[in-house]
Design a binder for this molecule. Structure first.
Ligand code: G3I
Length: 303
């Protein structure tokens, strides 16, 4: 096939992008979106600071816009994200009582997941809970500090009750290199969850890469997670300067692993990227295909 989404779907995969509600009025943007992609992730609109700015008061306008638009066009939706230490409103991070925080977290998960029940392909239930560096442990956060290690399990159980049809993912960055302590920490958690029946269905590897692209062990990492009995997804791909071979290597690794079910790039045009100045995406600021576009399509077997 001649588009990313259509080619990915030939092997039962999806090819998605992050979208911003504020750009849905831009015809160049939506033209590429609807031509190339069959999955979307809200770049910011489903995060806690966007959906529950004050306790118990929920705002769904921009997220609804993204979900309704995608659903109407048959595009899948990845839900991003229910529990994250960042983009967390101050009223949550200043909670000091564990019981209060537990009920606030469960209510947030239940309310947001219930809003989109049946329409979300995969939820990033917990995002970026592991520390950088060599510890292999959770990072400090209000959730970790008050609820302890069990907060992640609690979040997954609550999400499963709220939307039993959605695949539930743990999502993180810098877990692409099999030899990294952070990767090992996440691996041990997923293995533990699977052995105890904690509901987890997928691991999202963000894949924000430097110019060198994925580490040599990337495909090994994907297969090792998959061997635990979860799907893996590349959830936020962008690569500094978008070298064609680095994109091809990333996508090929996914194609080579049966349980790697899809790839999402973190924006459409370079001008849409959070990494301003790095030109890390598949389309230039005018919306023209870059060399990495062609190499990505080719790596999936398209032309
Ligand atoms: O919406 C406000 C706007 O009202 C305000 O005027 C403006 C002033 O700075 O800020 C706007 O919010 C910004 C928001 O993006 C929407 O554009 C925030 O400042 C800015 O921090 C935020 O950045 C987002 C970032 O997450 C926040 O952590 C990026 O767009 C988004 O691409 C990025 O995405 C994350 C993933 O969720 C998780 N993994 C890493 C990835 C990259 O950081």
């Amino acid at each position: 096939a001649s588009t990313l989404g259509a080619q990915a779907s030939q092997s039962g995969r999806y090819f998605g992008t992050a979208v911003a509600a504020g750009k849905l009025g831009d015809g160049v943007y939506t033209g590429i979106l609807d031509r190339e992609f069959n999955s979307v992730t809200a770049e910011n609109e489903m995060k806690w600071d966007a959906t529950e700015r004050s306790r118990g008061s929920f705002t769904f306008g921009p997220a609804d816009q993204i979900v309704n638009r995608a659903t109407a066009r048959g595009q899948r939706v990845r839900g991003h994200t229910l529990v994250w230490h960042s983009q967390l409103p101050g009223w949550v991070s200043s909670i000091t009582d564990a019981n209060t925080l537990r009920s606030v977290m469960n209510n947030h998960i239940t309310t947001v997941a219930n809003r989109y029940k049946g329409r979300i392909h995969s939820w990033d239930v917990v995002n970026e809970a592991f520390a950088d560096g060599g510890s292999g442990q959770h990072r400090p956060s209000v959730f970790q500090n008050l609820l302890g290690n069990g907060f992640i399990e609690q979040a997954f159980r609550t999400a499963r009750s709220a939307d039993p049809a959605a695949k539930l993912c743990y999502n993180d960055y810098n877990i692409e290199d099999w030899n990294a302590a952070k990767t090992q920490g996440v691996y041990r958690m997923v293995r533990d969850f699977k052995s105890r029946g904690v509901p987890i269905d997928c691991v999202g590897l963000q894949a924000h890469f430097g110019t060198g692209g994925p580490p040599a062990s990337f495909q090994t990492t994907l297969s090792n997670f998959a061997a635990l009995g979860v799907d893996v997804q590349i959830t936020e791909l962008d690569i500094a300067q978008a070298p064609a071979n680095a994109y091809a290597n990333t996508v090929r690794a996914c194609m080579n692993v049966a349980r790697c079910t899809g790839v999402t790039v973190w924006g459409i045009r370079d001008s849409d990227s959070w990494r301003q100045g790095e030109n890390p995406l598949l389309f230039d600021r005018s919306g023209n295909k870059k060399p990495a576009y062609q190499s990505t399509l080719t790596a999936m077997g398209g032309s």
